[in-house]
Design a protein around this ligand. Sequence first.
Ligand code: ZN
Length: 535
Amino acid sequence: MVEEFDLVIKNGRIVDGTGVPWFKGDIAVKDGRIAKIGKIKERGEIEIDAAGKVISPGFIDLHNHSDLTILAYPNAESYIMQGVTTAVVGNCGLSMAPLNPDKVDLLKRYVSPFLVKGFDYGWDWRTLGEFYEKVKKQGTTMNLAPLVGQGTVRLAVKGFDPGKPSKEELDEMKALVAQAMEEGAFGMSTGLIYPPGSYATTEEIIELAKVVAEYGGIYATHMRNEGKRLIEAVEEAIRIGEEAGVPVEISHHKASGKPNWGKVCATLRLMERARKRGVEVHCDVYPYTAGSTTITALLPNWVLEGGVNKMLERLKDKEVRERIKQEIEEDRVIGENFLKAAGWDGVLISQCSIEEYEGKTLEQILKEKGTFDSPYDGLFDWLIEIKGDAAMVLFLMDEEDVKWVLSNPLSSVISDSWVTAPYAGGKPHPRAYGTFPRVLGKYVREEGLLSLEEAIRKMTSQPAGKIRLQDRGLLREGFWADIVIFDPKTIRDKATYQNPHQYPEGIEYVVVNGEIVVEQGKLTGKRPGKILRRC
Ligand SMILES: [Zn+2]
């Protein structure tokens, strides 16, 4: 007897991604797509009994940085095991292309804290299309949907020069954005706290965003400020959307630093009001009160002018040290003042060129060195020692704010992390392993902040709709078969700040493009992921 279908999943509670209450049913898959939903009598080559389990669309992570590590970890272990089947990559202004051959070293330094140590990237591509061709050749377990990073584009044209671009330079940037869009990018991202992207004025970004709008792409922004000037930053993002005619995604929305807690109520109202005027704006959020970024973000932007090596030179200068210290202490930093907001014990080193510092707070490190009496000099000496090469976890947010943003209908659930694996070492932010199960365990089952259906909607159809994916993000006949089967009674995250490399519990099966990549909670090692293109 010939089986009708490749895969039949039976007797599950179907949460289809639209937000409607679950219903019971079976799902059949053939040739990578969902072939039928309902009562299925025909046989499948593989059959799974999902009684008591939830069947949902695969999770789509709208804010992800896995383009930086997918070549090293093509099996995407940390994401696949939490049910993520598609990652939107190239966020925060940071993408691996366009790569200007004259500025390869600058780009390497720019992204180095995120890169996998000791892994040879080759750096043999130029355009976004060429980079993803390389990824495709190697294979990937999850689907990737690329954005082009405005910081990378500016770096390719102007390096770390903070000046205003000439007409020719601006045209060159626009051409690079257009080329990325031609090659299938879903839009452009900014990371307006990271030089050189942060050197762009609002007007410069609007010019580039207009190019994105012509192609029907989106503008995703890590805004200029998420603390003291959070409201102004949201206003800037909305203005860019309005003047360039581009849909806006406000990335990892939060209020950073205690004096700013609660401001997310006002910013969400701003977004709602903009939408009433016809500006498409959404936001996204990760379910943790700590963020994570590169160590150099602790310093005012001007210290980084010219690149990391220039910064290390500057840090030896006594007057420079005094100026940095005063700007931070008097809270006059342009951009984020992370050190002031988190405090010396709120900065946890997650990854470092010198491994022994991983898992320690700045306070611990400086105390062990005996330099905590004059902590700024201690910090600058230490930054020189580690060559400015580290990533940190920062404790900055209020749990009530996280819940407020998470429960607003405009937000999608995101991880803001990158693919890693248990053998990778380091102490990455636990969101790398726990984000999606954490929302389903802690905020849905334990706290009842969201219904299961609403949480799944924020992980599936909402992010799919944002980037205009027409055939993923819902359980629908004809859609690609990206599917997660999990136990709603046991699903939970296990990754912690001190012990982050832990897979979640309760995810039993994950299917990508019709292929089983997690079977009874274990990775199968298949790589059916695709590089998605805007169409
Ligand atoms: Zn960011």
